[in-house]
Design a protein around this ligand. Sequence first.
Ligand code: V47
Length: 367
Amino acid sequence: MIEFFIKNNFYANLGLGDVQEKVMEGKRLSREDGLRLFECDEPLAVGTLAHHVRTRMHGRKTYHVVNQHINYTNVCVNGCVFCAYQREDESRTGAFTLSMADVAAKLDANAAEPNEIHIVGGCHPTLPLSYYEELLALVRERLPHTVIKSFTVTEIAHFASLAKLSTAEVLTRLRTAGLDMLTGGGAEIFDPEIRQQICPRKIDADEWLRIHGEAHAMGIRTNCTMLYGHLESREHRVDHLIRLREQQDASGGFTCFIPLPFLTENSKLKVPSPLTGLEQLRTIAISRLMLDNISHIKSYWIMLGVKVAQAALKFGADDFDGTVVEEKIGHEAGADSAQSMSVQELEGMIRGCGMEPVRRDAQFNEV
Ligand code: V47
């Protein structure tokens, strides 16, 4: 497709001939290039460039994972206005905090042996660090060969502040208990003014990036995210991607980037107009093009919905996460996707898009 577009001067006619040449030569795109891609009238032109890069990196391989999400609490002191999942304290309707027996029951109820356990919760006001150590030890004992991807750096900073320890000390303690890698959540959008409006109590961008860098220096790999489609502009999205790219240049430990479209139900945050599917695909494509040093872009069907998530595989994404089992953060916010998908369904969808399914663990080792 891209050869046909180039032969027919498609990119030149769109005023993107220089960007197309940089992409073909594997050169880094600038902030200005990213903005021009956002302004381009033809999402297909942008998607085709991203698909070219994705194919150069991974061929038709599309990764998927047999995983299980566990949300240990929804009680959170941060009160981010976009979040439909969080409850202010334990007395609120729907508030929960899992006991170790609850977690064990969730693991035991899953007949599959997952290759990834994904654990996140909230910034709970009182749970001690020993709770998280026990939680990890419990999962490690039951699933000795599974990669445990757990907590956002926002949670790590919160645990450190409650325990009066440094974030490095918390990471060391949690790794000893079984932690393999960190999730990418809590990044939201890095711009300080937007951050102040949507998540004023959360750690700022510098701290979010610093803790990821610290984890990378300790040999702990992490993922990274961007929440988009709320109050931010396209400039803010490009700046966010560039900060992730700079951090990756410096510390090199990001495995996968997950663009998260803002879901609007049950949220205090009101947006002028909800995201279109095309804007989601364009954002995924530009993420692939800007993040030249991050190997994988996740199409997270839970938040995107399965149809857009499938289309994303032709717009730069190479990962179709996952079997999941049970999901709360997106569903509390109105996600209309199912809670779970079987590995056969995942593989069928990937093949249906003309791609080749490859089962992986959380660190993208093929299994
Ligand atoms: O940090 C919260 C976002 C994140 C909403 O690391 C919302 O592999 C959309 O980070 N609409 C949690 N998004 C999910 C997450 C994640 C998911 C899958 C894989 C990985 C990984 C990470 O969800 C939060 C926040 O940024 N979020 N509320 C909402 N209403």
